[in-house]
Design a protein around this ligand. Structure first.
Ligand SMILES: NC(=O)c1ccc[n+]([C@@H]2O[C@H](COP(=O)([O-])OP(=O)(O)OC[C@H]3O[C@@H](n4cnc5c(N)ncnc54)[C@H](OP(=O)(O)O)[C@@H]3O)[C@@H](O)[C@H]2O)c1
Length: 443
């Protein structure tokens, strides 16, 4: 592995094709033998620092249409939090089911799960049938793993019945020295970014792009008012940038003055600190409080000068969904991709049907959407939101921060990269955007 890293650091990328690939590598894992370790504990007490390990694992054999990538950096996504606390279920069930589908897929069914759904790195090997990429290419990877043998996926690959999230529903993810991806996950690394910056947008940027901008999601247009929950978080920090770039007006919801300040630095003018306002949408476990929905709606109107949101960018789920449906504009769209606070949502359906609102489900992004989202990063129109970077050994702590919601934007992880700041190829373009690139740093 050291020879591979030395070649990358020395910018001798042509040499990579002839350097041997090691039989094993270090990766961040959860172990099947530990999947019951948190049984009976409330979610908040399940500690990723106990379940995430750095283990030496066997390098998988390379199949057709695949690529093996030397990972310089990766990032924490909430799905790694879910995997590490074995909620809502252990991801070993995904690996086992995937493993049953073919001989090649059986590689993924192992007693450990190498996690991680983002990477920036360098292609080491490509499998048969891969022509678009070659060893030495500097890449990022999006996390849509799709088989595409079924007709359903051919208009929108997210509709393929064999669609999986790499590093969550498949093995050999990005929080490791090596990663196995399908070659149609690869995209060019933005040249002006360091490895850890380039690794951080992938999953959330693509998801927010589909959810908010794409016709497959809310199809945002100029002038729309967009209510964004968790606007300084992983998804929200990209949704806010898309809203601003697209001529919409974001109304950013956050939970602290520091997070509100980050939203303002991104250019958002309308920000609600939900903690300071003290919204209590639920009276108790069973009953919501419509007066609180109204109070929230009144605050939005106060900020917008009377407008309700054309689009509500939803992901907190149970705790906020009733309010989201209530405050959306007549004819508006609530677009949801997650349920962080609980997946059994309830809302007053009268507000949905009488006011002709729509609820749209959205999940990750197809290759085209991920490509377009990455292109915006490469063009300096959307910027990474890295606030903090950890080493691979500290991944448990990084996931713990995200689980506890004490992070901002994205949390990066160095894999092979020995330090931050490496991998920049276009320093001039970087300099032109440096303030935006560093906006979330150290907050
Ligand atoms: N379907 C997909 O393809 C997809 C893709 C990416 C992520 N996700 C899911 O989306 C969710 C968010 O991901 P993320 O990366 O944005 O996570 P994140 O970085 O933790 O950000 C989420 C933000 O949501 C806000 N939030 C959390 N709980 C809330 C609650 N009960 N009420 C109101 N706001 C709340 C928090 O912001 P404040 O505290 O500042 O309000 C938090 O910073 C996760 O469940 C993740 O698994 C799904």
């Amino acid at each position: 592995m050291q020879k591979i890293l030395d070649a990358i650091l020395a910018d001798e990328l042509d040499a990579l094709a002839s350097l041997p690939v090691p039989d094993s590598y270090r990766g961040v894992t959860v172990r099947a033998s530990e999947q019951d370790m948190f049984a009976g504990l409330p979610s908040k007490e399940k500690d990723p620092r106990r379940s995430l390990h750095v283990d030496e694992v066997r390098t998988p054999e390379l199949g057709p249409g695949e690529a093996l990538v030397a990972v310089m950096a990766s990032a924490i996504n909430y799905n790694t939090v879910w995997t590490s606390i074995f909620e809502p279920m252990s991801t070993f069930g995904f690996l086992e089911r995937y493993g049953r589908t073919s001989e090649l897929a059986a590689r993924h069914d192992r007693p450990y799960h190498v996690v991680g759904s983002d990477l920036a790195g360098v292609v080491l090997r490509t499998g048969p049938g891969v022509n678009a990429w070659k060893p030495g290419d500097e890449v990022v990877a999006h996390c849509l793993n799709v088989e595409l043998e079924h007709p359903d996926g051919h208009s929108d690959t997210m509709l393929d019945p064999e669609q999986r999230i790499w590093g969550f529903e498949t093995n050999f993810g990005g929080l490791a020295e090596l990663a196995l991806v399908k070659s149609n996950q690869l995209m060019p690394k933005p040249k002006h970014l360091s490895w850890e910056e380039a690794a951080s947008p992938g999953l959330v940027n693509s998801t927010a792009y589909r959810q908010l901008v794409s016709r497959n999601g809310a199809d945002m247009k100029q002038g729309d008012v967009v209510l964004i929950w968790g606007a300084s978080g992983g998804l929200g920090s990209y949704a806010t940038q898309f809203a601003l770039n697209g001529g919409a007006t974001p109304v950013c919801v956050v939970s602290s003055p520091e997070k509100a300040e980050i939203c303002r630095k991104m250019g958002a003018e309308l920000v609600i600190d939900r903690a300071a306002e003290g919204y209590k949408f639920w009276k108790n476990d069973e009953e919501q409080d419509p007066r609180e929905w109204k109070r929230f709606g009144a605050k939005i109107r106060e900020l917008t000068g009377g407008d309700d949101p054309d689009i509500v960018f939803e992901h907190p789920g149970r705790e906020t969904f009733g309010a989201s449906v209530y405050v959306a504009k007549r004819g508006g769209t609530i677009v949801t991709c997650a349920s962080t606070s609980g997946f059994n949502h309830s809302y007053d359906n009268r507000y949905l049907w009488m006011h002709l609102k729509k609820i749209v489900g959205s999940h990750f992004a197809n290759y085209r959407e991920a490509w377009e989202a990455n292109r915006l990063v490469a063009k300096g129109a959307v910027h990474p939101t890295v606030s903090k970077v950890y080493s691979m050994e500290q991944t448990g702590q990084a996931a713990y921060d995200v689980h506890r919601n004490v992070h901002q934007g994205k949390v990066g992880v160095l894999c092979l990269a020995p330090e931050e700041g490496l991998g920049v190829r276009d320093a001039e373009f970087r300099a032109a955007h440096i303030d935006a690139i560093n906006r979330f740093r150290g907050v």
